[in-house]
Design a binder for this molecule. Structure first.
Ligand code: SF4
Ligand code: SF4
Length: 301
């Protein structure tokens, strides 16, 4: 099933130090609402079955997003909103908004949580939002962004103490987090395959990946094109027929890294997106992988 991260606006009301959506330049582009409504129809025609409203803070455009969610319901597209929970200051305000989202057809709320987010938004907002979802029957989960350091322990403990559904997500060292010192992690030698859901920006630029993928400035590896010049189906097909994109999906980044000559003990210090960035934001490595893609595809144990 095709899925898309829908960047209605890059505007956000807080400024997290780790934000991957924006760099240092104030960035608040917003999609034309009429255009956004037409895009929902195009998505349905292109066979897209799920949309995640992300980018900046979608709930700043509550009425507009609710309208888009309703349109998605009419064309059977699953919807998720990713939010920092600024709007859930009280249990009452959270209940009111969650009830409206549920009524208009939203399928899931994803609540962002981290030691960086919580410098700006009280953790009780996240708790209120989660409790409202539980009460009203809207699916939710908490995305716990972490660099796996001990500093994050109290935050994880808070989520556990409250019995909330959460999943740790590694911080991505891109955007504002570009300047963070990368923490080496030691993982198992796992394949690191990635589904790669495309991301649509407010300017209708489309990228093959929804996370750090739009921030590979040295190569623009994931850039697919602009919706003003192509149909939605054409842009999806572009990624689906790119041999390297497909090898990220099927072979995984660990094998690709090993093919380039990276040592196993070096590979296991990288999280998935970091490894992806190391390989595909390097013009020299990318040129080599493009030239040797047939050998890479045949490179198996
Ligand atoms: S991480 Fe999310 S909540 Fe934080 S500044 Fe970026 S878009 Fe806003
Ligand atoms: S692994 Fe690569 S393609 Fe997948 S989400 Fe991370 S940056 Fe994007």
């Amino acid at each position: 099933m095709r899925k898309l991260a829908f960047g209605y606006s890059t505007r956000c009301n807080i400024r997290c130090e780790h934000c991957v959506a924006t760099g240092d330049i104030p960035d608040s582009r917003t999609m034309d609402h009429g255009k956004a409504k037409k895009i929902i129809d195009q998505l349905a025609l292109a066979g897209v079955g799920g949309i995640s409203f992300s980018a900046g803070e979608p709930m700043l455009y509550f009425n507009e997003i609710v309208e888009l969610v309703e349109l998605c319901r009419q064309v059977n597209i699953y919807t998720r909103i990713v939010t920092n929970s600024f709007w859930a200051k009280t249990a009452e305000s959270a209940d009111r908004l969650v009830a409206e989202l549920k009524e208009k057809g939203l399928c899931q709320l994803r609540l962002s949580f981290s030691r960086w987010h919580q410098k700006h938004v009280s953790q009780h907002n996240v708790l209120n939002a989660a409790r409202s979802c539980q009460k009203i029957g809207l699916d939710y989960f908490i995305s716990f962004v972490t660099d796996f350091s001990e500093e994050d322990d109290p935050y994880e403990q808070f989520l556990r103490d409250q019995g909330l559904t959460f999943f740790p997500e590694p911080v991505i060292y891109a955007g504002r987090a570009e300047s963070f010192k990368r923490r080496s992690i030691l993982t198992d030698y796992q394949p690191n395959c990635c589904d790669m859901n495309p991301y649509l920006t407010p300017d209708l630029e489309m990228y093959g990946c929804c996370d750090a993928g739009s921030h590979f400035p040295a190569t623009n590896f994931f850039y697919l094109g602009n919706l003003n010049d192509h149909t939605m189906a054409e842009l999806f097909t572009k990624s689906e027929t790119d041999r390297l994109h497909n090898l990220i999906r099927t072979m995984g980044l660990t094998n690709i890294a090993s093919f380039t000559g990276m040592k196993g003990r070096d590979i296991i210090t990288y999280s998935k997106c970091e490894l992806c960035r190391k390989l595909f934001n390097s013009p020299a490595t990318l040129a080599r992988l493009r030239a040797e893609v047939a050998e890479l595809a045949a490179w198996s144990r």
